[in-house]
Structure formats: C-alpha cells, structure tokens
Design a binder for this molecule. Sequence first.
Ligand SMILES: C[S@@+](CC[C@H](N)C(=O)[O-])C[C@H]1O[C@@H](n2cnc3c(N)ncnc32)[C@H](O)[C@@H]1O
Length: 234
Amino acid sequence: MKYMGSKARFAKDLLPILLKDRKQGQAYVEPFAGGMNMIDKVDGLRIANDQHEELMAMWHALIYEHWDPPKSVSETEYKAIKYHQDDYPKHLVGYVGFNSFGGKWFAGYRRDKEGKRDYWSEHYRNITKQVPKLKGVELSCKSYLELEIPANSIVYCDPPYASTTKYKDDFDHEQFWQWCREKSKDGQTVFISEYAAPNDFKCIWEKGAKTTFSWHAENLSPKESIERLFVYKQ
Ligand SMILES: C[S@@+](CC[C@H](N)C(=O)[O-])C[C@H]1O[C@@H](n2cnc3c(N)ncnc32)[C@H](O)[C@@H]1O
C-alpha cells in the first residue's frame, strides 16, 4: 500500500538483518505497522500494531471480514467522507483517507490530469495484493506504549521520524527512545528505523534515500536523507 513513510523500498535490505537470528516460534512485532509494507513479507507469528483507528479498522475488514473495498471513489464521495467521517464506517474512511497525495491522510484527491493513471485501481490492486500475505497477523490498535509484546520478540520500530511533518498527534521522541532502551534491557531484540538516534544507540545499516513523501522530508532536501537502522548499545 502506498503509505506515508512506507518502507517498501528498503524491505529487501532491512528484512534479512531483522530476521537473521530469528528462532522458531519467535514473534515478529511492529508497533508502528502503518501500510504493512514490511510485515507483509514476514511469516510466522506476527503482531501488527498502529494507533491509527481507521487504518487498523481497514486492515481488519480486509484481512478478517472479507471486505471487498470500492474500486473507485469519486471526488465528491472523497470529500463527503473526508468532511463527515463519523457518518461512514471506519474501515471505509481508512481506505479512502489514505488514497491521497503521498499516501498521507486525506491530503487531497489524487487525479491524473492526462488520464493515464487510475489511482483508485492502483490503490485497490496494491492493497488487495497484500491481503493474502497478511492472513494470520495479529492486529492491534493502541499506542506502542501500551502494546503487550511477547517475551524475546523481534521488535521493528518505524515511528514518525523526528524533524518531519506532524502526524495526527505529537510524538514524544525522547519517550520513544527511552521505551526502546527499556524493551531492549527486558530482552526484546529492538530495531529502529530513523535518520538519527541518541548516542547510546548504534547504527547497523544505512542507505541514501531519495525521499518522496513529506512525512520524511519536510525540512530536509531529498538528497540529505539517509535511512538508518539502529539498535541499543547494551
Ligand atoms: C512511518 S509510518 C510506518 C510505515 C510502515 N513501516 C510501512 O512501511 O508502511 C509510522 C506509523 O506510526 C503510527 N503511529 C504514530 N504514533 C504512534 C503511537 N504513539 N503508537 C503507535 N503507532 C503510532 C502512525 O499512525 C503511522 O502509521
């Protein structure tokens, strides 16, 4: 799914690192699963959490309620849903809200001036292609702070990055890094995607990235952004 801050482009690089020492039966957990563009390529015991209610209602309806989403939504319908969200089922609001510019929540109706692209068909195809790969994933919709994580899990964190566009709520980055320290000390194997981290974390992978989504590049020129993966130095 096209999603603001999607890690689809890096999945090939990141997943072999995240899963290298995975033991049989070991859970793979994503507290910030978003567009599920990483976890859809992992098998076995998986937990996908995201605090975005409509997004998770959408994933639940698609994966567990056999919901067939609309193949097309007009601009009038898009606006009606955007401005009267309470009048529509949450899963539909989630589906429509994220088919916007840059995969960013209701950031504007996508229209192809030359008529060559049908963004609704693309959205439908991208999402329905993911659904079979997500069967069996345990879904959860809460703050990462409240997420219960099985002992000795692999925890991959892809939070809203610091110095990027604000999402629905403000994100407390210091509190997040502290949470990562505590989980690591508790025996979880925690990986974090970010551009930068506090000094007691070490970078184990990096790659230059041309960022197209404003989530990751509001204050940075695209050339400056380097995707990194961090772990806590214990
Ligand atoms: C960079 S995106 C994740 C993208 C995902 N890895 C992908 O490839 O599609 C960050 C996600 O964190 C979620 N989020 C923000 N604050 C959160 C919180 N406190 N607890 C849980 N999820 C949160 C947002 O809703 C968003 O989906």
